[in-house]
Design a protein around this ligand. Structure first.
Ligand SMILES: Nc1ncnc2c1ncn2[C@@H]1O[C@H](COP(=O)(O)OP(=O)(O)OP(=O)(O)O)[C@@H](O)[C@H]1O
Ligand SMILES: [Mg+2]
Length: 226
């Protein structure tokens, strides 16, 4: 039976820049079940990344709360939030945030190394995922030696390496050609089927969004069904 993996209610976010205040999100409600894929669309600046950051506990809401695997993020310390993120979430950032001094393989293995998984095992799992995203021949490349799309795929491998309950993906296919974008989507679908992973994916591409079970749009700070 499906269960709620991530949920938020009454979520608002206002950025306070001294004289100017920008309200980006207004009373957003969202509930995502295990095995469900939700796409979020919206114009540039509509608050898509802001919403993902709040759902992943990377930023704090102005009002409302987020629950991940039944735990209210507001009740957790920073350390507890880090542990919860590592255990349950796979985050694919819009701008990757890979560690430049490490190789593709080390970056992809990082979530498992942080969990104290045995290094050989962590690298084995990371290698398998890098292979699945078409980077078998780039394992030992440093991040600076990779193309934009290759970096994006390392970030995807890193997000999936720890078998997360929920993947939060900020334009995961933004830098990819159609064939590689399709590969990534299939990886998500496989995880949905095999591990009941849920996926919340921000995208500008309506063709990709339409492959999700639900498409939601951010309009004037509110999340509406498309
Ligand atoms: N730290 C911040 N301080 C002040 N304003 C911010 C901050 N982060 C984002 N904003 C503003 O909030 C709005 C929403 O930003 P966000 O990054 O969530 O948009 P987005 O929908 O992801 O856009 P894009 O499609 O271009 O990635 C933007 O107008 C942005 O300028
Ligand atoms: Mg964004």
């Amino acid at each position: 039976m499906s269960k709620v993996t991530i949920q938020c209610s009454n979520l608002s976010k206002t950025y306070d820049e001294g004289i100017s205040k920008i309200q980006v999100l207004r009373q957003v409600h969202l509930e995502v079940n295990s095995g469900e894929m939700v796409a979020i669309v919206g114009t540039s600046g509509s608050g898509k990344s802001t919403l993902l950051h709040l759902l992943g506990g990377l930023d704090k809401p102005t009002t409302g709360h987020v629950t991940v695997a039944g735990k209210n993020l507001a009740t957790l310390s920073e350390n507890e939030k880090c542990r919860l993120r590592n255990a349950y979430l796979g985050f694919i950032y819009q701008f990757h945030h890979l560690l430049p001094e490490f190789t593709a393989l080390e970056n992809a293995a990082m979530p498992l190394l942080i969990r104290n998984t045995e290094p050989a095992l962590a690298e084995q799992k990371a290698e398998k995922l890098l292979d699945l995203v078409g980077l078998k021949n780039r394992l030992q490349h440093k991040i600076g030696e990779l193309s934009g799309g290759e970096r994006q795929r390392v970030a995807i491998a890193r997000a999936l390496v720890g078998d997360p309950l929920c993947v939060l993906a900020d334009e995961p296919t933004g830098n990819l050609d159609p064939r590689n974008a399709e590969k990534v989507l299939h990886l998500f679908f496989d995880l949905q089927k095999s591990l009941q992973t849920s996926v919340i994916m921000v995208t500008h591409d309506m063709n990709i969004a339409k492959k999700a079970q639900r498409v939601l749009a951010l309009e004037d700070g509110r999340l509406v069904e498309v």
